[in-house]
Design a protein around this ligand. Structure first.
Ligand code: IPD
Ligand code: CA
Ligand code: CA
Length: 261
């Protein structure tokens, strides 16, 4: 697959930041036993990766704005283009030495996501998509799974945690979905969860209370792999509401019936 110039610059920046993140991940296990613990170290690793992404993307596309998880909004001179960046999606996993985390970078043009890259450096799985041009993992074309019936489906989700989200509502949703499906999984990196729906590993996914940087690139991956994506009210307003529900057309319809009021 010949990658566009845009995807090439995104991939180069992501791979550079990933080298730094991977080096630091190798250190985390040693730090587990230290007194101070690895939390400060991990937030430094996170900020370092973000600084690399910011520097690389600004160098190749001067003027584009940024929405960065750690540094917030940085206005560009170009009013149309914004990079949406999560330098480390799956921080809790990273901190615990669990190799399920990713760098997620999306490009928003006006109010549309036009390109997305999600990279898991430990599995060396590079997911890319460009609007209208399909989604790929390591140059292989992605298609969402074709399973139609929920009893055959493995569904991903995000579980609210300490001080975050509506725990009672989630418990109800979980109970509703677990009665109908082959299994529910919580992997802890929303960008990869969406990439896994795009690749067909997961048949569907739902989560609330996400931020734009958790999902911007992943939403495009799912759509470009032929999936259906809405927020938890069935609308195309995922970035504003922070909620997402997706799968192939049938799975999306069946999950919507269970979860959308
Ligand atoms: C988190 C992950 C996780 C999701 C959380 C996010 P972070 O991002 O995507 O899967 O459930 O809501 O905050 O904090 O690791 O970048
Ligand atoms: Ca995140
Ligand atoms: Ca993060």
């Amino acid at each position: 697959m010949a990658r566009s110039a845009l995807l090439n610059v995104m991939v180069d920046a992501v791979r550079k930041a990933a080298r730094s993140l991977t080096r630091d991940f190798g250190e985390v296990e040693n730090l587990q036993v230290s007194h101070k613990g690895p939390a400060d170290f991990v937030s430094a690793a996170d900020r370092k990766a973000e600084a690399i992404l910011r520097e690389e993307l600004a160098r190749v596309r001067p003027g584009y704005g940024f929405l960065l998880e750690e540094s917030g909004v940085i206005e560009g001179t170009d009013p149309v283009h914004t990079w949406i960046v999560d330098p480390l999606d799956g921080t809790t996993n990273f901190l615990h030495g669990i190799p399920q985390f990713a760098i997620s970078v999306a490009l928003q043009k006006n109010d549309q996501i036009v390109a997305g890259v999600v990279y898991n450096p430990i599995m060396d799985e590079l997911y890319v998509a460009e609007r209208g041009a399909g989604a790929f993992v390591n140059d292989r074309r992605l298609r969402v799974a074709t399973r139609r019936d929920l009893p055959e489906c493995v569904i991903g989700t995000g579980i609210p945690f300490l001080g975050h989200g509506d725990h009672a509502r989630f418990a109800g949703e979980m109970q509703t979905v677990m009665r109908e499906v082959a299994g529910i999984r919580r992997f802890g990196s929303a960008s990869l969860d969406l990439a896994w729906v795009a690749s067909g590993r997961l048949d569907g996914f739902w989560e609330r209370d996400l931020k734009p940087w958790d999902m911007a690139a992943g939403l495009l991956l799912v759509r470009e792999a032929g999936g259906f994506v809405t927020d938890m009210l069935g609308r195309d307003r995922m970035l504003e509401t922070g909620s997402v529900l997706c799968g192939n057309e049938n799975v999306h319809k069946r999950l919507s019936k269970l979860l959308l009021g």
